[in-house]
Write a protein that binds this ligand. Structure first.
Ligand code: C5P
Length: 415
């Protein structure tokens, strides 16, 4: 974080005190920190302690004429490399999502052209409230980055659930990642804020359903959240996106053309029909087996034992990864493991002919399945990158930014 300029907007919540530690750690790493406090924030920490730690004056009021004369809100918002909002309260997220600009903090966010990282903290019920979730989805679609909230005990007694402010090292890691993506992608970004423009990204998502008879099927618990988030991120970054999806309870991501289907065989056919593509991401939880026969009529109870004969489904990732015709320049697979995550993922990368494997630990303690966050390791031919815990949407965006950079470099090398 050396020489990086952080503009920290401190919201009014019980977790605001953690910002003091955040400021200290940011400065320890060589960043400069300027702080803006909402009116409610100063009920929780004093501007004096924030000023002492930042070694700068603290900004609070939009209508302070002295402030506007010395350094206006536009300059404040531009003279930063990143804006961090912590704790981002339910009310402040609502203001951000609605585009309000009635105090210094919200006006800065409306005026900034820099990446914004929000670290929400609130009561679990408020976090899970539809209004908050709707606001967060809007903000993510606008490109706001999120870290946390974490799940655990709350300050209020007997309250537990998602809503705890991400830990300071997690906020630092997320900020570092955003700043380094910015640096890596800066050339691309200067040319275009849509680094995947002109590219075709193909994504598989969701489970598959394998029929047993006309009314019953074999399925799994995949929600499709990660695959859909990748399709949405690719579309936001300018790609033409084909999303091939098994049955999910999610809306089609904006900007993607979606093929809905049920079985693994249908998914392979749809993938092959959708080629060529520059990037193919295989995020679907494809059923490994299908039934050998599917009777045309509903099976009846007979009082006898009944055995299902299963045959293996095609491996879609391996079929495309190892194909010689129309193989996408970048083939990305997933590996969900409960132990030796990176070891198994590296083997899978080679065995399936993938370029990258996104490996994640799905042991019960991580809560990845169906959850909002993910801790992944990106396994490539060059080695392994450990990514910090982040929302599936942020992981999706980071993966697609990295794919854009890969394509840019390989195009540049070929020219
Ligand atoms: O072998 P495993 O199921 O762990 O591999 C996971 C990866 O392979 C995922 O990227 C998944 O989408 C892909 N896969 C596939 N077709 C299958 C099985 C897995 O594309 N039949």
């Amino acid at each position: 974080m050396k020489q990086q300029r952080v503009l920290l907007i401190i919201g009014g919540g019980i977790a605001a005190y953690k910002c003091l530690d955040l400021i200290r750690r940011l400065r320890d790493e060589g960043a400069s920190v300027r702080a803006v406090m909402t009116r409610a924030a100063s009920e929780f920490v004093t501007p004096l302690s924030v000023a002492a730690l930042t070694n700068e004056r603290v900004f609070t009021n939009l209508f302070d004429l002295n402030d506007e004369h010395e350094i206006g809100h536009i300059r404040l918002s531009r003279e930063a490399d990143i804006v961090i909002v912590a704790p981002a309260t339910a009310d402040f997220l609502a203001k951000m999502a609605g585009g309000h600009a009635d105090d210094l903090a919200s006006t800065i966010l409306m005026a900034t052209d820099k990446p914004v990282l929000a670290a929400p903290a609130m009561n679990p019920r408020m976090w899970l409230h539809r209004a908050t979730q709707r606001n967060v989805a809007l903000l993510k679609a606008d490109g706001i980055h999120f870290v946390g909230p974490n799940t655990g005990e709350m300050a209020e007694r007997d309250e537990a659930g998602p809503g705890r402010l991400a830990e300071v090292p997690e906020i630092m890691a997320a900020a570092r990642a955003i700043l380094s993506e910015g640096a890596a992608g800066s050339v691309t970004r200067l040319r275009s804020s849509r680094p995947l423009a002109g590219r075709h990204v193909l994504v598989t998502s969701g489970p598959t359903h394998e029929p047993i008879d006309p009314v019953r099927y074999i399925a799994n618990r995949s929600s499709g959240r990660q695959g859909h988030a990748i399709a949405a991120a690719a579309a936001r970054l300018g790609a033409r996106v084909t999303l091939v999806s098994g049955p999910v309870a999610l809306a089609d991501p904006p900007g993607a053309s979606v093929v809905h289907l049920e079985t693994a065989q249908e998914m392979l056919d749809a993938v092959e029909r959708s080629l060529p593509a520059d990037v193919a991401v295989f995020a679907a939880a494809v059923a490994d087996w299908r039934t050998a026969r599917q009777p045309g009529d509903k099976m009846k109870k007979t009082g006898e034992k009944h055995a299902l004969e299963l045959v293996e489904n095609p491996d879609i990732l391996a079929t495309i990864g190892k194909s010689r015709e129309a193989r996408p320049a970048l083939v990305i697979g997933f590996a969900a493991e409960t132990r030796d995550v990176v070891g198994y993922a590296s083997k899978k990368r080679k065995a399936k002919g993938a370029d990258w494997i996104v490996a994640n630990d799905v042991s019960a303690k991580t809560g990845v399945f169906g959850g909002a966050a993910n801790t992944v390791h990106l396994v490539t031919a060059e080695g392994v990158d450990d990514w910090p815990t982040m929302a599936k949407e942020d992981m999706a965006e980071r993966l697609m930014l990295r794919a854009a950079e890969f394509l840019r470099r390989s195009t540049a090398a070929a020219e």
